[in-house]
Ligand binder design. Structure first.
Ligand SMILES: [Fe+2]
Length: 350
């Protein structure tokens, strides 16, 4: 029998029965968790793969008398370990040559697993990167989850993409990549600083992503409150201000200001500050690339989503209307050429 629950399709045989007490807390779930009703014909989704498992999740269901749940694992634990080992290799590199060797191994695996392979979930890399890099207190993560699950999941994706984009663009300093990850994690936090992300705002974000300049126009057309339009226009600055509160956790706190650039445009018509292409460096536009790569839509972690995130979304970005207005051409060229090179040539020369 096949189940289809909130966009997740699976067969009973794919499920693993586990005790609620076995579930690892305060980390990202490796599996979708279900409760099966008597008769095993209906499944209720309790937690999605990719969601952060708060201790209260387990307590809540234990108190309701639930002992076991059914897990649909979508990642291979060995792959998660491999990515964690690769990040450690970069962290422990003692000179630049070793850093580049580690970089090459990471990009080789990423291009094989996600650029080429169409079966694997990106969640293995997402969890490895989160466990390696995330340094904010849990309150930041919890606020994302409380205010917008869409933004929470999207943030996991953009932050993970930021570390790959950095490697593709020649940045191999482990701590610089870690700081970029955490800057990216705060990219759109300003959208939820004063409340939940409503539908109009989320649509404005997607419109802005598809056609730079459309986001604010769509809010104006809908006659949204002035406060909402101001929040949208200044969310990069608001996000950066919150990240500044944690600047002592950054080794390179200057990367915090990159957050402010993510909606700027080549011709100075972007927001919040109207910078021009010539005023933005390759590093400063990295987070912009990540933001434009990932759609503002619900993402369900599942087998095969790695290829969608890395390649399909990239291909969509290539076709984006007004793409010439965002200064990410060089970042895009490096992304594609590195993915292809590591897929076809790396094994021959290494
Ligand atoms: Fe944004």
């Amino acid at each position: 029998m096949e189940f289809n629950v909130k966009g997740i399709t699976f067969k009973f045989d794919e499920l693993e029965k586990i005790s609620l007490t076995e579930i690892k807390k305060e980390t990202i779930s490796h599996a979708h968790l279900f409760h099966l009703l008597p008769g095993m014909t209906k499944a209720i989704l309790l937690l999605r793969a990719g969601d952060f498992v708060e201790p209260s999740f387990v307590t809540k269901y234990v108190e309701k008398g639930l002992g076991d749940v059914y897990a649909l694992n979508i990642i291979n634990k060995n792959e998660l370990l491999e990515f964690k080992e690769l990040w450690s290799l970069l962290k422990n590199a003692s000179n630049q040559k070793d850093s580049f060797i580690a970089r090459d191994k990471i990009l080789n695996k990423i291009s094989m697993d996600f650029w080429e392979n169409k079966e694997k979930s990106f969640l293995s890399f997402v969890i490895a990167s989160f466990e390696e890099f995330y340094f904010y207190p849990p309150i930041i993560l919890e606020k994302y989850q409380e205010q917008s699950m869409l933004l929470y999941t999207r943030t996991l994706l953009t932050s993970s993409i930021s570390s790959i984009a950095a490697l593709c663009n020649g940045f191999v300093d482990y701590f610089y990549i870690k700081d970029l990850y955490n800057s990216s994690f705060m990219l759109d936090y300003g959208l939820i600083e004063y409340g939940s992300l409503n539908y109009a705002m989320s649509q404005a974000c997607e419109k802005e992503r598809n056609k730079p300049g459309e986001g604010i126009e769509s809010l104006l057309k809908l006659k949204r409150p002035e406060s909402e339009i101001t929040t949208f226009k200044h969310h990069g600055d608001i996000s950066a201000k919150v990240a500044e509160e944690y600047s002592s956790l950054f080794k390179y706190p200057e990367v915090i200001k990159f957050i402010k650039f993510h909606h700027e445009k080549c011709d100075g018509t972007g927001f919040s500050n109207g910078y021009f292409y010539s005023g933005m460096s390759d590093a400063e536009v990295l987070l912009m690339f990540c933001d434009y790569m990932i759609p503002f839509s619900e993402h369900i972690f599942q087998k095969g989503d790695g290829h969608i995130v890395l390649k399909s979304y990239y291909n969509e970005l290539c076709k984006m209307e007004n793409q010439y207005l965002i200064p990410v051409n060089k970042t895009m060229t490096n992304w594609e050429s590195m993915m292809n090179w590591f897929l076809t040539k790396y094994e021959e020369v290494s």
